[in-house]
Design a protein around this ligand. Structure first.
Ligand code: GRF
Length: 204
C-alpha cells in the first residue's frame, strides 16, 4: 500500500495567496500532499495567519538575523528536518536560495513564477510584459535549480494580455491561474513520489 500523502514545507515572505490555494487543495481527502510546516523569513507575512487559521505549524526565520546566506540556509535546513519533508514549495519566498540549500534538497524544491518561463525571468514580470506589448503571459511552476527561474517546468498556464490591461489587472488574472497551477503541479510531483515509493515497497 502506498502512503497516501507526501509532506510539504511551504516557504513564504508575504501575503500567501498561493499558500492559501495549496492549503485548500491539501484539505481535500484525495489530494496527495499535506502541508506540515509553513516558514517565513518575515514575521509580518500575511501568509502566517492563513496557516495558523488552518492549524498548520509556522516558523519565522528572519534572514536579517544571520551573518551570511549559508548561515540563514543552515537555519532553514535545521528547522525543516523535524517535519520529514518530501517537497519544499516556494510561494512568494523573496530570498534567492544558493546551491548550499538547493543541492541539499536536490530535485525536491519547486517554485511558482508569474510569467511563461523561460520568458521574463526575475522580478517585475507584468511591467515588462506590458512594456513589450506581448499578447500572452501566464505563470509557471518549475523545479528550483541554482540558476534563478531556470529549472524544468512542471505546469504552465497561459493568460491573454488585454488591450487595456494595467500591471494590476494583469497581475490579478495571472494570480488566479497561479492558484490553479500550483495545486496541479504539487499533485503531479506528489503522485510521482508516491508511485516510486510504492514501487520500491513492492520490490522488497
Ligand atoms: C506570486 O505572484 C508568485 O508568482 C510570486 O510571488 C507572488 C506571491 O504571491 N513568486 P502570494 O504571496 O502567494 O500571494
Amino acid at each position: 500500500m502506498a502512503a497516501d500523502k507526501i509532506n510539504l514545507a511551504v516557504l513564504i515572505s508575504g501575503r500567501g495567496s498561493n499558500l492559501q490555494a495549496l492549503i485548500e487543495a491539501c484539505e481535500q481527502d484525495h489530494f496527495p500532499a499535506r502541508i506540515t510546516v509553513v516558514i517565513s523569513n518575515k514575521s509580518d507575512a500575511g501568509g502566517l495567519k492563513r496557516a495558523e487559521k488552518h492549524d498548520i505549524p509556522t516558523l519565522v526565520i528572519p534572514h536579517k538575523e544571520f551573518a551570511s546566506r549559508d548561515a540563514f540556509e543552515d537555519a532553514l535546513i535545521k528547522a525543516i528536518v523535524p517535519y520529514d519533508i518530501d517537497v519544499i514549495c516556494l510561494a512568494g519566498f523573496m530570498r534567492v536560495l544558493t546551491p548550499h540549500f538547493i543541492d541539499h534538497y536536490a530535485g525536491r524544491i519547486i517554485n511558482i513564477h508569474p510569467s511563461l518561463l523561460p520568458d521574463y525571468k526575475g522580478l517585475n514580470t507584468h511591467e515588462r510584459v506590458l512594456k513589450d506589448g506581448a499578447s500572452q503571459t501566464g505563470c509557471t511552476v518549475h523545479y528550483v535549480v541554482p540558476d534563478v527561474d531556470s529549472g524544468d517546468v512542471i505546469v504552465q498556464k497561459i493568460v491573454d494580455v488585454l488591450p487595456d490591461d494595467t500591471v494590476e489587472t494583469l497581475a490579478a488574472r495571472v494570480l488566479e491561474q497561479e492558484h490553479v497551477a500550483y495545486p496541479e503541479a504539487v499533485a503531479i510531483v506528489a503522485s510521482t513520489i508516491l508511485q516510486n515509493r510504492d514501487n520500491k515497497l513492492e520490490s522488497l
